[in-house]
Design a protein around this ligand. Structure first.
Ligand code: GAF
Length: 381
């Protein structure tokens, strides 16, 4: 894909581009914890966005998207939220301009194989790839965390999703065969190997794309903040759900709507689960780790309400199978993928089982991706 994208760029713009590979991500456990100052356990994967990009000595940016086969242009003098995929790039450009960093017109070809709306964070890949490309071209000297924060701000201000930092972080910090535990508060992180040759990471795409995903995401965030506010009346030192426990939450239960109570209940438990899960992973206990993934799914489905019948069905299918250590909905939810840890020698059998049962139930085949853990954003000079 890298070579094809480069050739297409040369064909369209008649010059040599800089190539950038920007991956999607998985998250093993720790969902909706990042914006509550909690922990997450993501990794970059082999699904990616590819940029071919070069300056054009104008104030105009011309972006050809291979997936829609259209070229969209915008002027650097008028960067404002705009419908469509170009919004993600414009958001990044705006954030760079806001910081007083120079941006000049560019031509670019954007290609990729990250399925959109599947919970693998194609948007963070678009953002991270562009920040890294422009940092390289203009020698801003940004470090990877600064780049991630710029991508996150772009997402907040242009598409308007008040996301946490996990996706942009994973996209820019990934390392081959390593998972990362990120502390959503301090932004400190540690790498450790995901060393289970007997298992594969299998993503099952429900093919459901919920149009309310981003507005509902923002609602979840507000509900968590509401819970924190109530707890703070008794415990002023609590700054986020990271600092809270179930006793504190139960003290204010009567003041909270049942939805807000359930959301906070899930997040408090999930933050602890990531800690427990990390210890299990380091010990090599994938079976117990998998049980925690199922517990996460239960919470995301019943308490946080970001699952859907199709995703619940996919997880219930996983539960029937001995070759699966654990499964759950991955990412923001409301559709997209489940992540499954599956015995390597049984993957084929599992995939055909899932496909046929899902087809029987919903009349459509899920796409299934057997994925591997890869490097974060890479510049190919
Ligand atoms: C989305 C967000 F972008 C992340 O920050 C994270 O909150 C995730 O949903 C849920 O864990 O991918």
């Amino acid at each position: 894909m890298i070579q094809e994208t480069r050739e297409q760029f040369i064909h369209l713009f008649e010059k040599e581009p800089l190539m950038v590979v920007s991956p999607g991500r998985i998250n093993l456990i720790g969902e909706h914890t990042d914006y509550n100052d909690g922990f997450v356990l993501p990794a970059a994967i082999d699904k990616k966005i590819v940029y071919a990009i070069a300056l054009n000595n104008t104030q105009q940016c011309n972006v050809h998207a291979v997936f829609t086969n259209e070229t969209v242009s915008f002027s650097l003098e008028e960067v404002k939220p705009t419908p469509g995929w170009i919004n993600y790039l414009m958001g990044v450009v705006y954030q760079l301009q806001e910081r007083g960093l120079p941006v000049q017109g560019f031509d670019c070809v954007l290609a990729g194989d990250i399925p959109v709306g599947a919970g693998m964070s194609s948007s963070a890949a678009v953002e991270g790839g562009l920040v890294a490309a422009l940092d390289h071209i203009f020698a801003y000297g940004l470090d990877r965390m600064q780049m991630a924060l710029i991508g996150q701000k772009a997402e907040h201000t242009f598409p308007g999703v008040k996301c946490g930092i996990m996706d942009q972080f994973a996209n820019l910090h990934g390392k081959k065969d390593q998972v990362m535990r990120l502390d959503g508060r301090s932004l400190e992180f540690e790498y450790f190997p995901f060393n289970f040759p007997d298992y594969k990471i299998v993503l099952c795409n429900s093919m459901v794309h919920h149009s309310l995903a981003s507005s509902e995401y923002n609602v979840r965030r507000q509900q968590c903040e509401e819970g924190v506010k109530a707890i703070q009346a008794n415990h002023p030192a609590v700054k986020s759900l990271r600092d809270a426990d179930m006793n504190m939450l139960n003290e204010v239960r009567a003041q909270l709507s049942s939805k807000v109570y359930d959301r906070c209940n899930y997040v408090i438990a999930e933050i602890q689960r990531v800690q427990d899960a990390t210890a299990l992973l380091k010990k090599g206990d994938l079976q117990q780790f998998g049980e925690l993934m199922y517990a996460t799914h239960e919470g995301l489905s019943k308490l946080y309400e970001v699952s859907c019948p199709e995703l619940d069905f996919l997880v219930s299918l996983a539960r029937e199978r001995k070759e699966v250590a654990g499964a759950r909905v991955m990412g923001g939810g409301f559709g997209g993928c489940t992540i499954n840890l599956v015995k390597a020698d049984k993957v084929e059998e599992y995939v055909s089982f899932i496909k046929s049962r899902y087809l029987d139930q919903y009349g459509k085949e899920p796409e299934v991706y057997v994925t591997i853990i890869e490097e974060g954003v890479s510049i190919i000079d």
